[in-house]
Structures are given as structure tokens and as C-alpha cells.
Design a protein around this ligand. Structure first.
Ligand code: COA
Length: 322
């Protein structure tokens, strides 16, 4: 039996930081409101010239170094993102070129904030099928380029970043289980109204904005993230107390706390990074993983549940022994 295992992690955040105080100068908001409602203290914002693939390449280099491999070892690239450089070619091929490697399959997956969980799950199947020996999996986003900086209900929430992992085959798990889901009936609660086949030719830069029903998204997010975690634990006959760490999507501290409460999990077992970079969509889970691995909280052999939730809605989990 072949399993897959994370061999290395990495992340990259754009240098430019925007604090809540900076936002107070742009929209009618306050540091106190943002902190109490979301837990966010600052977010990193890409410059006009920075591309999502640039963030991905830096995160990938960190993960490659951490795994002790070279870029030439990579035989699959899968990227979860909703903010690719171009409509085509897909961003994974652009990253492949920037890493100086050629020939291996490279594709992207669009599942909003669940993008990394979808990408890692897909990669797990490639590895288990014996087709892949060394995969680069990335969750990345420059979501701030979709932000309307005059809309205080959304602009305070989001930030940019990239997280990457190297995944290799192993004789034992590694990844124990993956569960993905989606329900398109929730589209109207969280979406971006312009796309390739819808109004792209009409839209000027900055003409559009993220449409979100914050209250409704909040409720469904808490319920879904709780359910997703329970499904993963029950499917494997694992008690929540056996978990060493929960790495939830970093959308909002209150959503994370409510999810932990629903699960009966103490916050000491939950990795929280939302204060430092806001909601980075597909980048949030792999970046939180990398933070906790590098600061020594997550150790080899520990049992970790990663889970995410995003526009669509989409959702998913990966249970693994690190
Ligand atoms: N600064 C100050 N006031 C703000 C504000 C801001 N940035 N944004 C909204 N407000 C105001 C509202 O206008 C409203 O004022 P009113 O009572 O006079 O009408 C008040 O704050 C409360 O708004 P409400 O939307 O009820 O706040 P909330 O407690 O639900 O928090 C969110 C708003 C967006 C933080 C919260 O709903 C949330 O996090 N939702 C989930 C969003 C999310 O995670 N999306 C991504 C999912 S992957």
C-alpha cells in the first residue's frame, strides 16, 4: 500500500503590511471593531507588480529546502487558487517555468478558500496510484486585487500569501483520510460577480467587488467546519482528544473559536494565525501549517486535522500524521 506524506513545508507573505490603523484612514472602521469582530490585526498586501506565481515560487523554494529535495525532483505541481496570474496558461505551469523545471503535469484547482485542501486531496490520489513520487502542492492568493477598498464590510477581512508543501510516497500514513464536499446552492452568499464568460469584457479595473452576506456566511461556516471535522474523526474511529492539532481555515477568529467549541476542542490545540494576515483564502491552511511546524509546535508523528471552507460553498478536510 502506498500512502502520501508531507516531506516539507514553506510559506511566503508579501513584504507590504497593512495594519488596522492603516485601514482606519481609508474606510469608516476602527482597530477595535476589526479585532473584536474578526481577530485580524494586520494583513500583507501584494504590490501592483507582484503576481500570485511570485508568492508561490518563494513559498515553494522554502518547502523544497525544508524537504531536502531539488526542484528537479518534482514530478507534479498542483495549485489551489482563485486569483491566478492569467486566465491561461494555468498558474502551475507559470510556477513550473519560474522554478526552471519542465515536463511534469502542472495544473490549478479553483475551490476558493478550500483550494489547498482540494489540491492536497487530489495529489494524495496521484501518489496512492503510484503515479507521482514528489509533488509540489500550493495554496496561494492575491485576493486584495479583487477587493473594493471602499467597502468596509469586506476590505478589512482579506490578505495575500502563499503556502506550499512537498508530498512524497510513504509506507505508512501520512495522509490518513481526505473528505471533500460542495453545495452550489450557496453561491449568492459569497461570490465575485465577474468572470471569463460573464461580463469580463465590460468590466474595467476596480469596477467589481466581492459580494458577501457576512452573517449568513458566518453561520454556515461554523456549522460546516464543525461537521467536516466530525466526519473525518468518525470515519477513522478517532476521538477528538486524540488530535494533537486542528488547523482550520483562517477566516475569522470567532469562526475558529465557535468551531473549536462545537467540537469540544480546547483552543490550545488550535493553530491560529488569522491575526497576522487576515483571510488569505487558499493560502491560509498551508501557511498556518508552516508557521506551527517552524515554531516547533507541530512535531513529526503528531495527529493533525486540516479543514477549510469557502465560496461555493466548498469544504474539505485532510487528517494526517505529520
Ligand atoms: N468597521 C466598522 N463597522 C462595520 C464594518 C467595519 N469594517 N463592517 C461592518 N460594520 C458595521 C455594519 O455596517 C453593521 O452596522 P449597523 O449595525 O449599523 O448596521 C455592524 O457593523 C454589524 O455588522 P454585521 O455584519 O452584523 O457584523 P458581524 O458581527 O456579522 O461581523 C463579519 C461581520 C463580516 C466580520 C462576520 O459576519 C464574518 O466574519 N462573517 C464571515 C465572513 C467570512 O469569513 N468570509 C469568508 C469565508 S471563507
Amino acid at each position: 500500500m502506498i500512502y502520501s506524506k508531507i516531506a516539507g513545508t514553506g510559506r511566503y507573505l508579501p513584504e507590504r503590511i497593512m495594519t488596522n490603523a492603516d485601514l482606519e484612514k481609508i474606510v469608516d472602521t476602527s482597530d477595535e471593531w476589526i479585532r473584536t469582530r474578526t481577530g485580524v490585526e494586520r494583513r500583507h498586501v501584494a504590490t501592483e507588480d507582484q503576481l500570485t506565481s511570485d508568492l508561490c515560487v518563494e513559498a515553494a523554494k522554502n518547502a523544497i529546502e525544508d524537504a531536502g529535495i531539488t526542484a528537479e525532483d518534482i514530478d507534479l505541481i498542483v495549485v489551489g487558487t482563485t486569483s491566478p496570474d492569467l486566465i491561461f496558461p494555468n498558474i502551475a505551469t507559470i510556477i513550473q517555468e519560474k522554478l526552471g523545471i519542465h515536463g511534469c503535469p502542472a495544473f490549478s484547482i479553483e475551490a476558493a478558500c478550500t483550494g489547498f485542501i482540494y489540491a492536497l486531496t487530489t495529489t494524495d490520489k496521484f501518489i496512492r496510484a503510484g503515479e507521482t513520487k514528489c509533488a509540489l502542492v500550493i495554496g496561494a492568493e492575491i485576493i486584495t486585487k479583487l477587493i473594493d477598498w471602499t467597502d468596509r464590510t469586506t476590505c478589512v477581512l482579506f490578505g495575500d500569501g502563499a503556502g506550499a508543501v512537498i508530498v512524497k510516497p510513504a509506507d505508512e500514513p501520512g495522509i490518513i483520510s481526505t473528505h471533500l464536499g460542495a453545495d452550489g446552492k450557496y453561491k449568492e452568499l459569497l461570490y465575485y460577480p465577474v468572470g471569463v464568460s460573464k461580463d469580463l469584457y465590460k468590466a474595467g479595473v476596480g469596477d467589481s467587488r466581492i459580494i458577501m452576506s457576512g452573517n449568513e456566511v458566518f453561520k454556515v461556516a461554523v456549522k460546516t467546519l464543525g461537521n467536516v471535522a466530525t466526519i473525518a474523526l468518525e470515519a477513522n474511529g478517532i476521538d477528538k482528544d486524540d488530535l494533537d492539532w486542528l488547523i482550520p481555515h483562517q477566516a475569522n477568529l470567532r469562526i475558529i473559536q465557535a468551531t473549536a467549541k462545537r467540537l469540544g476542542l480546547p483552543m490550545e490545540k488550535v493553530i491560529v494565525t488569522v491575526q497576522d494576515h487576515g483571510n488569505t483564502s487558499a493560502a491560509s491552511v498551508p501557511m498556518a501549517l508552516d508557521v506551527a511546524v517552524r515554531d516547533g509546535r507541530i512535531k513529526r508523528g503528531q495527529l493533525i486535522l486540516m479543514e477549510a471552507f469557502g465560496g461555493g460553498f466548498t469544504w474539505g478536510s485532510v487528517l494526517m500524521r505529520f
